[in-house]
Design a protein around this ligand. Structure first.
Ligand code: HEM
Length: 240
């Protein structure tokens, strides 16, 4: 029963902040993480920091979900892993769509921001480093799972209807890899728009290197399986 004299506006949680909302979410600290207006070399620095910082947060959530999904798969708990993978895929979609915001920066004005980034480069993004690490982990876990089930990836697709759960897992992992690929492509076009393609980044990397990365897949077996399915289908058809 609630006490009628209770002041629901008064904070009850421990910590700094005027309200429980601010205490729980630690908004004072969060909102102090962007340069104050007086320290910005250009108005758009807030936009630039917001997109990057929120990307790191979504990647933190995505990789935490993927890590847990890998642990669940290691214990053959496929259904709860599927739920977490769906979330991770959505995180990757969010960070891709928020790249649109960077298209609102003028390429000439961006030059002022570029020079205050030091040697700061996306290659050192903690979120993306985790993406690579945790994707390798879940790939290995998936391989083990198929081995325990005595299945080849191609069997899983050919018998998709009877292996619904594993089929969904394979498709969600493909979604994850596809979303990384799409992010990379979109990031490449953002970079080209901001600084062009025949130039170098803040760590001296030619932008063309980013173009080459577009050909990379984190989960190549899932893509190779498609090629094999074409071959198998054609061989079966030719064999009558
Ligand atoms: C105007 C905006 C941006 C520009 C001009 C830009 C530029 C670049 C450049 C030139 C590189 C190559 C490495 C270097 O020399 O720095 C790079 C790599 C990278 N950037 Fe950005 N970037 C932008 C926005 C972002 C955002 C919002 C993220 C999100 C976290 C991000 C994440 C990365 C990552 C992860 C790499 C490593 C390459 C990869 O894995 O594909 N960048 N960026």
């Amino acid at each position: 029963m609630s006490d009628e004299t209770e002041d629901f506006h008064a904070p009850v949680l421990p910590g700094e902040g005027a309200s429980d909302y601010e205490r729980y979410l630690r908004t004072d600290e969060l909102l102090a993480l962007q340069k104050p207006a007086g320290e910005r070399v250009h108005h758009d620095e807030l936009l630039f920091q917001t997109v990057h910082q929120s990307s790191e947060l979504w990647l933190k959530l995505a990789t935490s979900e993927l890590e847990e999904a890998a642990s669940l798969l290691g214990r053959d708990q496929v259904d709860p892993a599927l739920r977490l993978l769906r979330r991770a895929v959505l995180c990757m979609q969010y960070i891709t769509s928020q790249l649109d915001m960077l298209g609102h920066m003028d390429p000439w004005e961006y030059q002022q921001i570029r020079v205050v980034l030091g040697h700061g480069s996306g290659f050192d993004s903690p979120g993306f480093r985790q993406v690579s690490r945790v994707t390798r982990r879940i790939a290995a876990t998936f391989d083990d799972l198929l081995e325990r089930a005595g299945l080849e990836l191609t069997d899983l697709y050919r018998r998709g209807r009877e292996l619904e759960q594993l089929h969904e897992l394979a498709e969600l992992l493909t979604d994850w890899d596809e979303k990384i690929w799409v992010w990379r492509f979109r990031h490449y076009s953002v970079v080209a728009r901001a600084i062009g393609e025949d130039t170098v980044g803040t760590q001296g990397t030619p932008v063309q290197v980013l173009g080459k990365l577009l050909a990379q897949r984190q989960l190549p077996k899932l893509w190779q399986a498609r090629v094999r399915l074409v071959e198998l289908f054609d061989a079966e058809r030719e064999g009558g």
